[in-house]
Design a protein around this ligand. Structure first.
Ligand code: ADE
Length: 232
């Protein structure tokens, strides 16, 4: 049986799904509440992981080990890096990496995790295409782009770092969890996809824009997830 794990980092990112799903049971593990139930006739486990890569990795591993999810979808918001992206547009991950993984002191390129066969974790092509297809039906005024998402334990709010994330990694947008979710899913051989709507442009106005647009952006991402569940 398919069971889809759905992770949102913050309450704003899961609340709207929580309201729409049928909840059969709630389990608390590692200070995270897991909502077990269904949405669009699909068995799901919805959870708020909290902010940052460690929280995201813990949460993903629990979904896989305890709840036996067969796929992981991450919904939420991000800071736009690519110049074509506007606030409320959406990026669906082709792959993810950790932009703050820094072993350059040993000669490794930034973002490379030594002694792993890869530091770039590819999203499931099937989930990516389903999310993209689902997005065409629900978003009227916002663009949807397939591209790389780069994650780090940093809220990006400077043009310098934003430029670096494009120049070094060709990251279309940045957030703080996706690559940890992708990394954890990868080592467990579980398909994943990250869906993020832009709350800001990761520049000097990021804080203000984030506060203004977080709910609207989270709603765009949620609409895609919900529509995607119909054809999983
Ligand atoms: N999530 C939303 N906006 C972000 C930003 N600018 N940096 C990191 N994570 C984010």
């Amino acid at each position: 049986m398919k069971v889809i794990g759905i992770i949102g980092p913050m309450e704003e990112e899961i609340q709207i799904l929580k309201e729409e799903m049928t909840i059969h049971e709630i389990k608390n593990i590692a200070n995270m509440e897991f909502y077990i139930g269904c949405l669009e006739n699909q068995a799901i486990v919805l959870v708020r992981c909290g902010i940052g890569k460690v929280n995201a990795a813990i949460c993903t591993q629990i979904l896989i080990s305890e709840f036996k999810v067969t796929a992981v979808i991450n919904t939420g918001v991000a800071g736009a890096i690519h110049q074509d992206l506007n606030i409320l547009d959406v990026v669906i991950s082709t792959d993810v990496l950790q932009h703050d993984f820094d072993v350059t002191g040993f000669g490794h390129p930034l973002g490379v995790i030594p002694r792993m066969e890869t530091s770039i974790f590819s999203a499931s092509e099937e989930l990516l295409n389903k999310a993209y297809y689902a997005s065409e039906k629900v978003l009227n005024n916002s663009k949807v782009i397939k591209g790389r998402i780069v994650s780090g334990d940093v809220f990006v709010s400077s043009p310098q770092l934003k430029d670096k994330l494009w120049n070094s990694f060709k990251g279309y947008c940045t957030e703080m969890e996706g690559a940890a979710i992708g990394h954890t899913a990868y080592v467990n051989n579980i398909p994943f996809v990250i869906i993020r709507a832009m709350s800001d442009k990761a520049d000097g106005s990021a804080h203000e824009n984030f506060n203004e647009f977080v709910n609207e952006a989270a709603n765009n991402s949620k609409e895609i997830v919900k529509n995607m569940l119909k054809q999983i």
